[in-house]
Write a protein that binds this ligand. Structure first.
Ligand SMILES: NC(=O)c1ccc[n+]([C@@H]2O[C@H](COP(=O)([O-])OP(=O)(O)OC[C@H]3O[C@@H](n4cnc5c(N)ncnc54)[C@H](O)[C@@H]3O)[C@@H](O)[C@H]2O)c1
Length: 346
C-alpha cells in the first residue's frame, strides 16, 4: 500500500506521519511506501529519514507527477493556507486551497481512469465552513445536517472542496472522505497565521515564560480538539469501512470531528490552575475586532452523533488538553529548554 500525506511537515501532517510510522499499517494493511509531500521540509525530523518514507519537496501543483508516479492507495490531503492569510490575500487562498485540491482530484481521477486503484482521499476540512448569516441564526447544536454558511474565504474554499470530493466520490473517481476539524489546540512552536492561533498562543506562550495577548472577549465559547484526538479522527474517518452501523462510514457527508466546548475564560482559568498565577498573568486582554469577527462566526456547540458512531469522542476537558501538551512537549515549558524552532507557515 502506498500512502501519501500532503502538508506532511505541517503541524498535523507531521503528527499523522509519526503515527503511521509507528503502526506501519493502514486499515490493517502494511504500508509499503509513505510519501510525505510539502513545500517546506523541516530540517532533520526523524520521519524524513525513515526507510519507508519518500519525500516530495515543493509546491503540490508542481509535484503531482511525483506523487502519482506510482499508484496512490490513500491520500491524506492536509496542505492548505490558513484562515487569516486567506482573508488577507484572496488569490493566495484560492490557489493554495481550491486550485491545488482540484489539481489533486484530477490526478486521482486520471489514476482511476487508467485502471489503477481508486484512491481513498481524506480531506481535512474545518468548522470554518459554518457560520451565522444575517437572518439565519444557527441551531443550538451544529450537526452535519446544518447548512454550512461560511463567513470567511477560507471556510468557503473548504466547503467548495468538500462538495467536489463528494461529487468525485459519487462518480467513482475516488473514495473521498471529509473530516471537519475543530480548532486544534495546543499547537506547538511559533504562532501561525490562523485567526484561531491565539487559542494556542494564550496557553503555549505563557507556559514558555512569554507574554501573550488574547484578542477576543473572555466569554466567547469555542470548539476545540487536542492534536491527539484530531489525528485519531483523521485516521478513523480515513480507515472506516463504508456501510451502515457502528464503526462504519455512511454516505458522502463530512464527519464533524468531536468538539470540546469551552469559553476562553475557562481556558485561562485552567492555565491558572495548572501553571499558577505568574504564568497565567502573562496573558493580556487586547481586543482585535478582525480576529474576533472570524472566530466568533464559528459555532462552538456540536451534536457529534456521526463521529460518535465511528467511536470518536471529544477530549474530556481542557485540563487534559493542557496536560497532553505538557507531556508531548516538555521542552516547550519555561525552565526546561528552548521552545521549538520557527517554521515558515504557508
Ligand atoms: N490546525 C487546526 O486547528 C485546523 C483546524 C481546522 C482545519 N485544519 C486543516 O487541517 C490541515 C492541516 O492543518 P495544520 O494545522 O497542520 O496546517 P499547517 O499550516 O501547520 O500545515 C500545512 C502544511 O501544508 C504545506 N502546504 C501548504 N500549501 C502547500 C502547497 N501548495 N504545496 C505543498 N505544501 C503546501 C505547508 O508548507 C505546511 O507545512 C489544513 O488543511 C487545515 O486547513 C486545521
Amino acid at each position: 500500500m502506498r500512502v501519501v500525506i500532503t502538508g506532511a511537515f505541517g503541524f498535523l501532517g507531521h503528527r499523522l506521519a509519526t503515527t503511521l510510522l509507528q503502526t506501519r499499517t493502514f486499515g490493517g494493511v502494511p504500508i509499503e511506501r509513505l510519501v510525505l509531500a510539502d513545500r517546506v521540509v523541516a530540517p532533520g525530523p526523524p520521519v524524513a529519514t525513515d526507510p519507508l518514507v519518500d519525500l516530495v519537496h515543493g509546491d503540490l501543483t508542481d509535484r503531482l507527477a511525483d506523487i502519482f508516479a506510482h499508484p496512490v492507495d490513500v491520500l491524506f490531503h492536509l496542505a492548505a493556507a490558513v484562515s487569516a492569510e486567506c482573508e488577507a490575500d484572496f488569490d493566495l487562498g484560492m490557489r493554495a486551497n481550491l486550485d491545488t485540491t482540484r489539481a489533486l482530484l484530477e490526478a486521482a481521477r486520471a489514476q482511476t481512469a487508467a485502471g489503477g486503484p481508486v484512491p481513498r482521499v481524506l480531506f481535512a476540512s474545518s468548522l470554518a465552513v459554518y457560520g451565522a448569516g444575517p437572518g439565519l441564526p444557527p441551531p443550538a447544536a451544529i450537526s452535519e445536517a446544518t447548512l454550512p454558511v461560511p463567513q470567511s474565504s477560507y471556510g468557503t474554499q473548504k466547503l467548495i472542496c468538500e462538495q467536489l470530493i463528494a461529487d468525485c466520490t459519487r462518480r467513482g473517481f475516488i473514495d473521498g472522505r471529509v473530516a471537519r476539524l475543530m480548532t486544534v489546540t495546543v499547537r506547538p512552536g511559533r504562532p501561525n497565521a490562523a485567526a484561531s492561533g491565539f487559542l494556542s498562543g494564550i496557553i503555549r506562550e505563557p507556559l514558555a515564560g512569554l507574554p501573550a495577548t488574547c484578542p477576543v472577549r473572555p466569554d466567547l465559547a469555542v470548539a476545540l480538539s487536542s492534536p491527539r484526538r484530531a489525528v485519531d479522527g483523521l485516521l478513523c474517518v480515513a480507515q472506516a469501512e463504508r456501510g451502515t452501523g457502528p464503526g462504519r462510514l455512511e454516505g458522502r457527508l463530512p464527519v464533524n470531528l468531536p468538539a470540546l466546548t469551552v469559553s476562553v475564560a475557562d481556558m485561562l482559568a485552567t492555565l491558572r490552575q495548572v501553571a499558577g498565577d505568574a504564568v497565567a498573568d502573562l496573558v493580556t486582554m487586547s481586543a482585535d475586532p478582525a480576529v474576533e469577527a472570524i472566530v466568533a462566526s464559528w459555532p462552538a456547540v456540536f451534536d457529534n452523533r456521526r463521529a460518535a458512531a465511528l467511536g470518536l469522542r471529544p477530549d474530556p476537558d481542557f485540563r487534559s488538553v493542557v496536560q497532553d501538551y505538557l507531556t508531548d512537549h516538555p521542552d516547550a515549558v519555561h525552565g526546561t529548554a528552548p521552545a521549538q524552532p520557527a517554521r515558515r507557515t504557508p
